[in-house]
Design a protein around this ligand. Structure first.
Ligand code: BV8
Ligand code: ZN
Length: 261
């Protein structure tokens, strides 16, 4: 609906009707790696193509892993950072951004990519940090140095050093690390104020992020899951669609009345 065009006056009238009916509605989107899959960004757990198919996630995405072999972790994040430059938002990201014309939209994402922002989404809360921010693991100072290109993944690259002699690390949240307070507070508020929560492209097993749809359901809020695969949330969700992000999100708001019966 939001990205389709050329259906003349009928749609215009309905669009105004929809705008009038939705403008006071708050839509909160909880997204995971699956919303970026159709942009060519590998998800984590896909057995074949997943980022974690080739490396041990707890070795490469945990505080312990960083302490044990920072050169391996740094190389992996450099490659992911470089890969992000060659991908574009897809119709899933674009639909979520376009909903802002009709409703009050907040995006809570586990993704460390910037595809929601590049699609035009304003209120985006990164629960697990960003691939585009770097800081010292000792004094926390932000790092703005130039990063080497890495078209092909390599085994190890020594991370740069901070003037305090600390190591420069990506500003992402690793297993065993706390989530950024402001992003978490904004996310809980966005779920508590939501009229509908759309959970898209996440396996719903990593906490505390996976606890947010449960909070919405406990609040009696409509939860719509979009995922080609079933997840631990599918049974509890108000509606669970076995569809892809780019396929389902463009027309989702218009389908809601029929979906919710
Ligand atoms: C913490 C780093 C405490 C960034 C990541 C309660 C119970 C059990 C365990 C725990 C618990 N509480 C805490 C834990 C431990 C742990 C945890 O949850 N473990 C799990 C695995 C059991 N949690 C933590 O450690 C968290 N920290 O609790 O700290 C604390 C408190 C105070 C002080 C100190 C410590 C930190 C968690 C964050 C870890 N970092 N990544 C990076 O490298 O990117 S997690 C990583 O996996 C991702 O960031 C992402 O968030 C998460 C989940 O992945 P998804 O996004 O869901 O992707 P996945 O591949 O799994 O699934 C993709 C889905 O998309 C699939 O379902 C697929 O079907 C679908 N899909 C595919 N194509 C499409 C699609 N959907 C739509 N369209 C398509 N086209
Ligand atoms: Zn430092």
């Amino acid at each position: 609906m939001l990205v389709t065009s050329g259906m003349g006056a009928g749609l215009g009238g309905r669009r105004d009707g929809l705008r009038a009916s939705l403008v006071s509605v708050q839509v909160t989107v909880l997204s995971g790696a699956g919303i970026s899959a159709e942009s060519g960004v590998p998800t984590f757990r896909d057995v074949e193509t997943g980022l974690w198919a080739k490396v041990d996630p707890y070795e490469i995405s945990s505080a312990e892993g960083w302490r044990a072999h920072p050169d391996k972790v740094w190389a992996w994040y450099l490659w992911r950072h470089y890969m992000m430059q060659s991908v574009e938002p897809n119709n899933g990201h674009r639909a979520v951004a376009a909903w802002q014309d009709y409703a009050d939209v907040h995006v809570v994402t586990q993704n460390v990519d910037n595809l929601h922002e590049r699609a035009g989404s304003k209120n985006v809360y990164h629960l697990h940090g960003s691939l585009f921010e770097f800081r010292c693991d000792r004094c926390d100072d932000a790092y703005g140095g130039v990063l080497p290109a890495m078209p092909e993944p390599v085994e190890i690259v020594d991370p740069p050093r901070c003037p305090c002699d600390g190591l420069i690390r990506p500003n992402v949240v690793w297993f065993g690390e706390a989530l950024p307070d402001d992003a978490w507070q904004n996310s809980v508020e966005a779920v508590n104020n939501a009229d509908v929560v759309v959970v898209v492209g996440t396996s719903s097993i990593v906490y505390p992020a996976a606890g947010l749809p449960e909070l919405a359901l406990a609040n009696g809020t409509v939860v719509v899951e979009v995922n080609p695969e079933r997840t631990p949330l599918s049974n509890a969700a108000t509606v669970s669609l076995r569809e892809t992000a780019a396929g389902a999100l463009p027309g989702l708001l218009q389908r809601l009345p029929a979906l919710l019966g």
